[in-house]
Design a protein around this ligand. Structure first.
Ligand code: GLA
Length: 381
């Protein structure tokens, strides 16, 4: 990939670039907990967004995106959100300038193999790769956490999605062979080895990405906030659903609408699942961990209502395959990928089994990615 970026850069800009890469992510468990100040358990994967970059003598951000075969040019002193992928670059530049850093013009080529709209955080990888690149070539001295927070702001203000911090964090802090237990309140984190040679993390892409995704995502966030407003009457120190346990929620469920109760119930139980899940992983008990993934999917589908018929079908099918320890829909929801923990020696069998069933049901060929957990953003080798 690096060679392609360099070749394209020479062709488009007649210059030699530096090349940086930032990965997409998986999340083992803990979905929709990040914006509720709970915990998540992501890892960076071996699919990345690559950014080739070199300064130019102007005040222009000139960018060529190979995946879209599109070129844009923007003045860096009048940055506004736009309605295409380049809004993520603009958002990063804007927020870096807002911090008081000087940026001058750059030429950029961007490409990658993180599947788009697949729940693997391609947009966070774009923000991380570009932010990391600017940080390097302008010597800004920003930490990885600062870059992650700028990526999150970009998603909020330049793409209108009120996401949590998980995706940007994982893309920047990933570590080969490890998942990361992140406390989304304190931003403290712990690397946990994901060291199960007998198992692989297999993603199955539904190839659907329902248009509801961003509006419903923002609606979930509001419903959770509504739950906290109600529960605060009884637990004044509660700042978010992170501070509520199941018993407290059950006691006051009649104070809230059934919808808000179901949203809160999912988040509270998902956070508890994550904490138990980390202990199971540390003990090497992947079997019980997998059972919790199925439970989590049930919650995503029935209580949080962010699944869809395609994801439900894939998870139900995976459950019937004897080599699968656990399976659930991953990421924001309404399509994208399911994450499956599959016995290494049965990955091929599982892949053809799940493809055949999915094609039979939906006439759609799913893409399947057998992932490796890798390092976060870095200079591309
Ligand atoms: C998307 C968001 C994340 C997180 C997940 C759900 O990926 O960007 O912040 O909320 O959905 O866990």
């Amino acid at each position: 990939m690096k060679e392609n970026i360099v070749a394209r850069f020479e062709e488009k800009f007649d210059q030699q670039p530096l090349v940086f890469a930032a990965p997409g992510r998986v999340n083992l468990i803990g979905e929709h907990t990040d914006y509720n100040e709970g915990f998540v358990l992501p890892g960076a994967v071996d699919k990345r967004i690559y950014v080739g970059i070199a300064r130019n003598d102007s005040n222009l951000l000139n960018v060529w995106a190979t995946q879209y075969q599109q070129k844009f040019s923007y003045q860096l002193d009048v940055i506004q959100p736009v309605k295409n992928w380049s809004t993520y670059l603009l958002g990063m530049a804007y927020h870096i300038k807002q911090m008081g850093h000087d940026l001058s013009g750059v030429n950029v080529v961007i490409d990658g193999d993180v599947p788009l709209g697949a729940g693997m955080s391609s947009s966070a990888a774009v923000c991380s790769a570009f932010g990391f690149a600017l940080n390097d070539i302008f010597g800004l001295g920003l930490s990885r956490m600062e870059l992650a927070l700028l990526g999150q702001k970009t998603e909020h203000r330049f793409a209108g999605v009120k996401c949590g911090i998980m995706d940007q964090f994982a893309s920047l802090h990933g570590k080969k062979g490890h998942v990361i237990k992140l406390d989304c309140r304190s931003l403290g984190y712990e690397y946990i080895p994901f060291d199960f040679p007998d198992y692989k993390i297999v993603l199955v892409n539904t190839m659907v990405s329902h248009t509801l995704a961003s509006s419903e995502y923002n609606a979930r966030r509001q419903q959770c906030e509504e739950g906290v407003r109600i529960l605060k009457k009884y637990f004044p120190s509660a700042k978010s659903l992170r501070d509520i346990d199941e018993a407290q929620l059950e006691k006051h469920k009649n104070d809230m609408s059934d919808l808000v109760y179901r949203r809160c119930r999912f988040v509270v139980t998902e956070n508890e699942r994550l904490l138990r899940g980390c202990d199971l992983l540390k003990k090497g008990d992947l079997k019980s961990f997998g059972d919790m993934m199925f439970e989590a999917h049930e919650g995503l589908s029935k209580w949080y209502e962010v699944s869809c018929k395609e994801s439900d079908f894939l998870v139900a099918s995976a459950k019937q395959h004897e080599a699968v320890a656990g399976s659930r829909q991953m990421g924001g929801g309404f399509g994208g990928c399911t994450i499956n923990i599959v016995k290494t020696d049965a990955v091929e069998d599982f892949s053809s089994y799940i493809s055949e069933r999915y094609i039979g049901q939906f006439k759609i060929v799913p893409e399947i990615y057998v992932t490796q957990i890798e390092d976060g953003a870095k200079r591309a080798e």
